[in-house]
Design a protein around this ligand. Structure first.
Ligand code: ZN
Length: 506
């Protein structure tokens, strides 16, 4: 019965979402309106309070609402999703109250404050924890370094061309509201057919380098407490000295997190280039455990250790405790990097007015106060041989991943598309039945492009180890993709070029 569901939701919000007793009737009336009801029984409704206290996620209550909307009100799935989110938004404290509680906690312990917002975002169903927990996750070991591989069940797959289109479109989308998925105007936005429901999102206001930004959690969540830090103004991504100052402001406020940014050019950037934002979280990405290959000292930056990392792509690590010197050093590397060409290594900084060089940066602070600033060198030039990018995943790996290699991947965690789960099952089925490639594609058109992978697996086919064999194959592809993105390859010519570049900035 719907009144019982309402009573449960109110009790849930009192226990899990800080609903104040004085606001109970007001909130209940707001929910009645959303459910197209105009009264509530005066007799107390008995509910199982212990069961609600023990809920870690609101799924059970949302399921009850869902069946009411579908069966009683005959709403469509999209309408149902919008109103369910609206109700969870009504049950969540106002943005100002969330900020007030967050900042009272941050004074004592930044992690407590960040956990408060994370827990609130799970409890009000903004972060869909149950769905995230279904993602596959494994570690790909390569001896002295490793990658993390996840298969994400909720993120739609995009390609580099869609993302470039988005950037062009950003110049004409002034009339759109909200202008994009990251804009602050999403807070409390009901949503519509082509724009997701955001009634329940809550963000924390930040001051980074004198600018108004805000922090929210990612609804997809690739790793623990995956947050997005967003500019309050809708403007294109740009990596400059200000980016580094903002990183340090963020990390000084939240030393338990890392912060990083996608590069600011298509192909080597993230999926949203038209709104400046960073990514962070409570997670050590694999590059943060990579070993140092070679260190350099500089007369210009005496308090800053400059090193090349033993990593799949071209990564510089700056270390030290002097934030202003680290910022200057990073800005100097970025400035030199923008105009740096190395024809032997296929690196051309500009073609006409079009820039190709940029950096994917990330920052983490150690317990002793040492900052580790990671600068991954990127280049997005295309040529006839590699029309989607010389330093992008090459075509032979598209069956596993064709999307941009953004910061999370560049730093060692691969987010692979959900389609792979079905495709892997189809491969196993095909090999078990002993089909040839032509019959496989006829039966499973989805596997078009997987023929080389199937050939490799067929060669050493063993039904007992096939799952591990598929994982090993995927691990190698991910490693190869990261090596594709290395502007200085891990061979003599590449490494000589890398050291030459470093020496040019010391
Ligand atoms: Zn925006």
């Amino acid at each position: 019965m719907i009144y019982e569901t309402i009573a449960k939701l109110i009790f849930y919000a009192k226990y899990h979402l800080d609903l104040h007793e004085d606001d109970e009737i007001y909130i209940r009336n707001s929910i009645l309106h959303e459910l197209q009801l105009d009264s509530f029984p005066s007799k107390k409704i008995e509910i199982n309070e212990t069961e609600i206290i023990e809920l870690n996620v609101p799924d059970k209550l949302i399921d009850e609402l869902h069946s009411y909307f579908i069966n009683e009100l005959k709403l469509s799935d999209k309408e149902t999703e919008l109103i369910e989110t609206k109700i969870m938004g009504i049950l969540t404290p106002m943005p100002s109250e969330v900020n007030c509680k967050f900042y009272s906690l941050v004074k004592k312990d930044d992690f407590k404050a960040l956990s408060y917002l994370y827990d609130l975002s799970i409890k009000n169903n903004y972060v869909a924890k149950t769905r995230i927990d279904k993602n596959l996750f494994w570690k790909a070991d390569f001896g002295d370094k490793y990658l993390e591989i996840t298969v994400n069940l909720s993120k739609p797959e995009k390609n580099t061309k869609d993302i470039s289109k988005l950037l062009v479109k950003s110049k004409t989308d002034v009339e759109k509201y909200p202008k994009c998925l990251l804009c602050g105007e999403n807070v409390g936005y009901f949503g519509r057919l082509e724009h997701p429901a955001r009634s329940n999102i809550r963000v924390i206001n930040l001051n980074l380098d004198g600018e108004k930004w805000f922090l929210q959690y990612s609804p997809y969540g690739y790793f623990n407490m995956h947050c997005i830090v967003v500019d309050s103004i809708h403007e294109n991504m740009i990596i400059d000295e200000g980016t580094f100052r903002k990183f340090f402001d963020f990390i000084d406020l939240f030393p338990s997190f890392f912060i990083g940014s996608n590069a600011d050019l298509p192909i080597v950037g993230g999926s949203i280039l038209n709104h400046e934002h960073f990514q962070g979280g409570e997670h050590l990405l694999p590059v943060m455990n990579a070993k140092i290959k070679e260190s350099f000292s500089s007369n210009k930056f005496k308090n800053c250790r400059i090193s090349l990392l033993d990593w799949f792509n071209s990564t510089i690590l700056l270390q030290g405790k002097d934030r202003s010197e680290l910022i200057k050093c990073a800005a100097n590397i970025l400035k030199n990097r923008r105009d740096y060409s190395d024809i032997d290594n296929d690196i051309i900084s500009k073609v006409g007015d079009v820039e190709h060089n940029t950096i994917t940066p990330g920052l983490k602070k150690e317990k002793d106060g040492t900052y580790n600033l990671y600068l991954i060198l990127r280049n997005n030039r295309c040529n006839a041989e590699f029309e989607d990018g010389i330093f992008h995943a090459h075509k032979e790996f598209y069956h596993i991943k064709k999307e941009n290699i953004g910061i999370i991947e560049a730093m060692g965690q691969f987010i692979l598309p959900a389609r792979l789960i079905t495709q892997n099952d189809e491969i196993k089925e095909s090999l078990k039945s002993g089909l040839n490639n032509i019959d496989i594609i006829a039966k499973y058109p989805n596997l078009n492009g997987f023929e080389p992978m199937i050939d490799v697996l067929r060669n050493e086919y063993n039904p007992d180890t096939i799952d591990a064999d598929i994982k090993n194959y995927i691990n190698d592809v991910c490693k190869n993709i990261l090596e594709n993105t290395a502007v200085f390859k891990n061979d003599d010519k590449g490494q000589m070029g890398f050291v030459k570049f470093i020496r040019s900035i010391l």
